[in-house]
Design a protein around this ligand. Structure first.
Ligand code: UD1
Ligand code: CA
Length: 470
């Protein structure tokens, strides 16, 4: 944590170039909205009460995605430029002494490490402000950095206001600053909207400081990737790719095998144990935790789920809000949702759906079943096509299946219903009443067979039409 440092995150703009009805900072990359990334970084540096987000466009939605963090907010009612955005924080932040970091809500890759280095440089230089800069092959759209003979920053010229010579400068303003708080608040009111866009440019503060006799330093990043701002959806996808790559690289270095990592999507908060193998196009999202020695099959999606050691998820499975204990197996083509749980060694096969269902140790449902609101004991076998009818059109009802029970193929269990330990259910049965332990229940009509029925029918049809029917 940094001493004596407050942080303002500018995130009130619409972001016209996104061509969206949604505020830019609410768009997502790396599994989180852009503004959440920046807030997470800020929280690594200082206490939440020293962090303030300037919101404006879709302020309520931005507050909503940040509801779990106790930071402050200031509302910029009209988006009159970055200088105005910072000025609206004054009442809440003026009393904070020390340094003030200004971050951008649309610049999510910037690391806490770089910001610490920025603060250090600022303190060493003893200046009024330090600006993060970098050098780009294509600097278009960015503000350009002008230095004086001593190497201090003389001014920042916005792209639109730059002369042809200034446009040739490739060192740009990343839009991220460390300020001496007291000097900033003393002079911020001097920024005037005297430019063609009639906006309050925060970048004008540099010249204001210089006129007042305070030097401004630059902090140049050799690698520009951290300060890539997002203006369009093309840039959004590029930043998303960088987040995904960071995550897969970290996991691979910690002992996870990832096949074709460029195809895999893993959210930042996910943990994966050693020697687990992740196949191409897998997605592991939200707050999922995967144990050691697991296999996550191609094109499977895990969301907010917990997997113990040695769990196998075969390709094309979807597992949400569920817990898969040690050595259990799902897929291919399984769907588990709403607090489903597999005890060790349970097996859920293709085209089986589990909703709010617990499957006991070693129990199997290998093919084509729907098990909802059910508790299944250990060592049970659920036949192909077995269905729990958990919903009567008004309410959901539970099903209980005991240890070692055998549910025949295509059985229909009408809930609420209970099947005792070791009981057998005949294939194709409709079960509406409780079945005691070790009983056999049949709930279907007995088969009748009519010998020669088909042959007689064909004969009758052909004699009526005069043609032969096979
Ligand atoms: C700004 C800088 C530019 C720099 C670039 C880096 C200015 C005048 N220019 O330009 O020198 O190279 O960032 O990315 O500062 N915002 C508000 N309220 C407003 C306007 C903007 O909160 O009234 C917020 C936006 O939500 C955004 C951030 O400030 O998160 C930057 O605004 P943007 O309009 O993208 O600035 P640029 O034109 O990119
Ligand atoms: Ca921008």
């Amino acid at each position: 944590m940094l001493n004596d440092t407050s942080i303002v995150i500018l995130s009130a703009g619409l972001g016209t170039r996104m061509r969206s009805r949604k505020a830019k900072v609410l768009h997502r990359a790396g599994g989180m909205s852009l503004v959440e990334h920046v807030v997470q970084t800020a929280l690594q540096l200082t206490a939440p009460e020293r962090i303030l987000a300037v919101i404006g466009y879709q302020a309520e939605q931005v507050r909503e995605v940040l509801r779990d963090v106790p930071i402050r907010f200031a509302q910029q009612l009209e988006q009159k430029g970055t200088g105005d955005a910072l000025a609206v924080c004054r009442d809440q932040m003026e009393s904070h002494s020390g340094k003030l970091l200004v971050l951008l809500g649309d610049c999510p890759l910037l690391s806490a490490r770089t910001l610490r280095a920025l603060c250090l440089r600022h303190d060493e230089a003893g200046v009024a402000a330090t600006v993060i800069t970098t050098t780009l092959d294509d600097p278009s759209g960015y503000g350009r950095i002008l230095h004086d003979a001593e190497g201090h920053v003389r001014a920042i010229v916005e792209h639109r206001a730059a002369t042809p010579e200034q446009l040739a400068i490739r060192e740009i303003n990343a839009g991220i600053y460390c300020f001496d708080s007291a000097l900033l608040w003393k002079h911020i009111g001097e920024i005037r909207p005297d430019n063609p866009a009639s906006e309050y440019y925060l970048t004008d503060i540099i010249e204001i400081f210089r006129r007042a006799g305070y030097p401004v330093a630059s902090f140049h990043l050799d690698d520009p990737s951290e300060v890539l701002g997002i203006n369009t959806r093309v840039e959004l996808s590029a930043v998303d790719r960088i987040f995904r790559q960071r995550k897969t690289t970290t996991l691979m270095l910690s002992g996870v095998t990832i096949e074709k990592p460029e195809t895999v999507t893993i959210d930042a908060a996910v943990s994966v144990g050693m020697d687990t193998v992740i196949e191409p196009f897998a997605q592991i999202l939200g707050k999922s935790a995967v144990g050691e020695n697991c296999r996550i099959g191609a094109c499977s999606v895990l969301r907010d789920s917990e997997l113990g050691e040695g769990v196998q998820v075969l390709p094309f499975s979807l597992v949400e809000n569920s817990r898969l204990e040690q050595s259990s197996r799902v897929g291919p083509f399984s769907r588990l949702r709403m607090q489903s749980q597999l005890a060790p060694g349970a097996v859920i096969g293709n085209f089986v759906e589990l909703k709010n269902t617990r499957v006991g140790a070693g129990s199997k449902a290998q093919h084509l079943a729907y098990l909802g609101d059910s508790q299944i004991g250990a060592g049970a076998n659920i036949g192909a096509g077995a269905i729990t009818c958990n919903y009567d059109g008004v309410k959901k009802h539970p099903t209980r299946i005991g240890d070692g029970a055998f549910i025949g193929s295509n059985a229909t269990l009408v809930a609420p219903v209970e099947i005792g330990d070791g009981a057998y259910i005949g294939a194709g049965s409709v079960i509406t009443d409780a079945v005691p332990s070790d009983a056999l229940a049949l709930g279907r009509s007995r088969q009748t067979t009519k010998p020669d029925w088909a042959a007689k029918r064909k004969l009758a049809i052909s004699s009526a039409s005069g043609t032969s029917v096979r």
